[in-house]
Design a protein around this ligand. Structure first.
Ligand code: MG
Length: 271
């Protein structure tokens, strides 16, 4: 099931996406529709049966996370392209690098990424995002599935020059608009081997498979919740495959994940 969050006539609602979202009909009134749900997707909900065409609504970020927890260096080729080892000098895997992106950095598909004034090197990072469905802490490995609502596409937009220059990544990865999420949450998906792609102005920049993650989603949830409580709507970013590169004002960047859809954002000058 695909669950979108959207606004129509000034109201915000969640809806279940029905119909084929992969074709060119998406933008037409005969294309996919949203069956508006009563309440929210973090508990049992009912579909209202009230349907609106997807083309008539503005999609919003599919969740409003309390926090977004990012994981760095989870694909070996990407770690290597930035000159980072993923094994320590004994040949053991390094502990995953975790960081936060603030709730204020989250935008949805179609929203602009505003290029920050303090950077000259903003990069795209296409990532699979895990959406947490229930409050959880110290999740045992065999219960990880129970705390996941679904999956969406993310762009872990990063001011690479700032990341290099500052020890903490709060500004480099946490500026306003640095966390595009969307277009919706796919709740029925095996995330273990999905194609993940990033294009800029239609040109392919990143192409990977989630099977190449160094640490599995279960490993990451265990690792994070060992330290902190995750809340419904919180998001875990699972790392980016190789091929990260710069964005310029005017670019259109798209993250596509097999079985989910495409998250598209244009880069604008910060006003
Ligand atoms: Mg990343």
């Amino acid at each position: 099931m695909r669950i979108a969050r959207f606004s129509i006539d000034g109201n915000v609602a969640f809806g279940v996406v029905e119909g084929d979202t992969s074709s060119a009909t998406t933008a037409t009134e005969d294309g996919p529709v949203l069956d508006i749900i009563k309440g929210h997707p973090f508990a049992e909900f009912e579909r209202s049966g009230q349907r609106v065409p997807l083309s008539k609504v503005r999609l919003l970020p599919p969740v409003l996370p309390n926090k977004v927890v990012g994981i760095g260096r989870n694909y070996a080729e990407h770690a290597a392209e930035l000159g980072n080892a993923v094994l320590d000098d004994q040949g053991r895997p390094e502990a995953p690098v975790a960081f936060f992106k603030p709730s204020t950095s989250v935008i949805g598909t179609g929203d602009p990424i505003a290029y920050p004034s303090f950077s000259d090197e903003v990069h795209h990072e296409a990532e699979l995002a895990v959406v947490i469905g229930r409050m959880c802490r110290e999740v045992p490995r065999d219960r990880v599935q129970d705390v996941i609502l679904g999956y969406t596409c993310a762009n872990d937009v990063t001011a690479r020059d700032v990341q290099r220059r500052e020890k903490q990544w709060a500004r480099a990865k946490g500026f306003d608009t640095a966390c595009p999420l969307g277009p919706w949450i796919e709740t029925e998906l095996d995330p273990s081997d999905l194609g993940i792609m990033c294009t800029v102005n239609g040109e392919q920049r990143q192409l990977g498979r989630t099977a190449d993650m160094i640490r599995s989603i279960a490993d990451l949830i265990v690792h994070i919740t060992e330290a902190m409580t995750l809340l419904p709507g919180d998001v875990v970013l699972t790392g980016t495959p190789a091929g990260v590169g710069p964005l310029s004002v005017g670019d259109e960047v798209a993250v596509t994940i097999e079985g989910i859809g495409t998250l598209t954002n244009k880069v604008i000058k910060r006003g």
